[in-house]
Design a protein around this ligand. Structure first.
Ligand code: 2IT
Length: 456
């Protein structure tokens, strides 16, 4: 007969038909928890895992707006509030055409563990819409954001639920969302959204925090195995906010970044995306709104564009060795054949930057064949950690300095790494079992809080 963890996974799949990304995350997280759950039979008695996989609340709503041609548009809006065991719901909003409950729920479920790992008082939630901001005018984006907030404002608040950005939601969207929240409620609740602009409550350093944190986490992974990040050859996917922050911090620490990618293909730059001009150019590419990376190779002719390909085969395509791959684009970007190409090419370290960028079988293969694999919910937690610092800044009616934010973020990433490595060592006898260690370390705090708070 299946054990408790296996039964909860199966039941969750039945209860949420067709939500494949959500199934994938639940399976990945819960299976890591087996050795902890075995030591705590009381978890099964109080249906702790069954409660954890069921959002406390979820709202779906209609978003109606008018495009520049005067045509009425209708989109779907979502907010899934997963867990408030350790703090108000916290997590981003994703605007992308493929958004449906399976994607928002995988992100919301992951967010519970990620937020717990930061050591800060934030619960887990996620929201978004199937609205596609690419190719929309500024005025269209504003009208959409206003319509979206006209429903969302009922469900959020500085002590209830605090959204932020994710794919398709950056400083511009947060600005329009905040403006509409303020207009409806007549309250300057700075802490109701994070990732705000600097003039109205935003945190210095928040924009680059996710990428900076990823590289600081990766640095700890390398150090624990007797290596240093300086001089390492690194390949990443994506060219958005996370990729830009990652590129910038790799540059600061003296690593050589050789790839970025977009839906159109990938860029290989043999000289490294390592100058201020090249790093800043990533921002320009993104703000062009075209969602392509090919123009990089026109601007910097030493670079080569590989149309229709992902950077995971760059070792074979360019005849080089990559020391670490960091997927920074989107979910399920790395499949089994990509994982095999990475390992065959000689790569020994892999660190997730985007949320769930690896399919479960590819992740398992990389864990078995690399020295260390860093999981997204730990490595990219610096973004949400700085969001929580932004909430604190707003609650205290103050402004924190750039260097203080960096110092705090760096320490948080070291703490997260240590929590993962220690849990990996304790339950799996391996300090490099960071994937399992992250799930366990994130879970332990939430489980303790849930036990203390009774059957809710
Ligand atoms: O995936 C993430 O952690 C985010 N998109 C940021 C969440 C936040 O609340 O800052």
């Amino acid at each position: 007969m299946a054990n408790y963890v296996e039964r909860v996974i199966e039941q969750c799949k039945k209860n949420n038909p067709g939500e494949v990304e959500f199934h994938q995350t639940v399976e990945e997280v819960l299976s890591s928890l087996q050795p902890v759950v075995e030591q705590h039979p009381e978890y099964e008695e109080c249906a702790l895992l069954e409660r954890l996989v069921e959002p406390e609340r979820g709202v779906t709503f209609r978003v109606v707006w008018v495009d520049d041609e005067g045509k009425v548009q209708v989109n779907k809006g979502y907010r899934y509030q997963f867990s408030s065991a350790i703090g108000p719901y916290k997590g981003g909003l994703r605007f992308a055409p493929n958004v449906y409950p399976g994607i928002i729920k995988f992100l919301g479920f992951e967010q519970i563990f990620k937020n717990s790992l930061t050591g800060l008082p934030i619960g887990g939630g996620k929201g978004g819409s199937d609205f596609d901001p690419n190719g929309k005018s500024d005025a269209e984006v504003m009208r959409f954001c206003q319509a979206f907030m006209t429903e969302l404002y009922r469900h959020i608040g500085p002590n209830t639920d605090v959204p932020a950005g994710d794919l398709g939601v950056g400083a511009r969207e947060i600005g329009y969302l905040f403006g509409q929240y303020k207009r409806i409620t007549d309250r300057f609740d700075g802490g109701v959204l994070t990732g705000k602009g600097i003039p109205y409550g935003g945190l210095l350093g928040r924009t680059e925090a996710t990428g900076f944190g990823i590289v600081w986490y990766a640095e700890e992974m390398l150090k624990a195995n007797g290596e240093e990040i300086k001089g390492k050859v690194v390949a990443i996917s994506g060219f958005g906010n996370v990729s830009w922050g990652t590129a910038w911090q790799l540059q600061r620490l003296g690593a050589k970044l050789v790839t970025i990618s977009g839906p159109d293909g990938y860029i290989y730059d043999p000289e490294g995306i390592s100058t201020d001009e090249k790093v800043a150019y990533l921002l320009e590419l993104r703000s062009s709104g075209k969602n392509i990376c090919a123009p990089y190779a026109e601007k910097f002719p030493e670079a080569k564009f590989f149309p229709g390909k992902k950077p995971w085969t760059v070792q074979q395509d360019a005849g080089i060795k990559v020391d670490m791959f960091i997927p920074c684009a989107m979910q399920n970007d790395v499949h089994m054949e990509h994982a095999k190409a990475m390992v065959e090419g000689g790569c020994k370290f892999y660190c997730e930057g985007a949320n769930m960028p690896t399919t479960n079988d590819a992740l398992k293969y990389l864990m078995d064949n690399c020295i260390a694999v860093g999981p997204a919910k730990a490595a990219n937690a610096g973004g949400v950690a700085c969001s929580c610092i932004e909430m604190g800044q707003n609650a205290g009616h103050t402004v924190f300095q750039h260097e203080d934010v960096y110092a705090q973020l760096h320490q948080i990433m070291k703490n997260i790494y240590n929590a993962c490595a220690n849990a990996g060592e304790k339950y799996y006898g391996n300090k490099n079992a960071l994937v399992q260690g992250a799930n366990i370390a994130g879970f332990e705090r939430v489980a303790e809080a849930m036990m203390a708070q009774g059957l809710v």
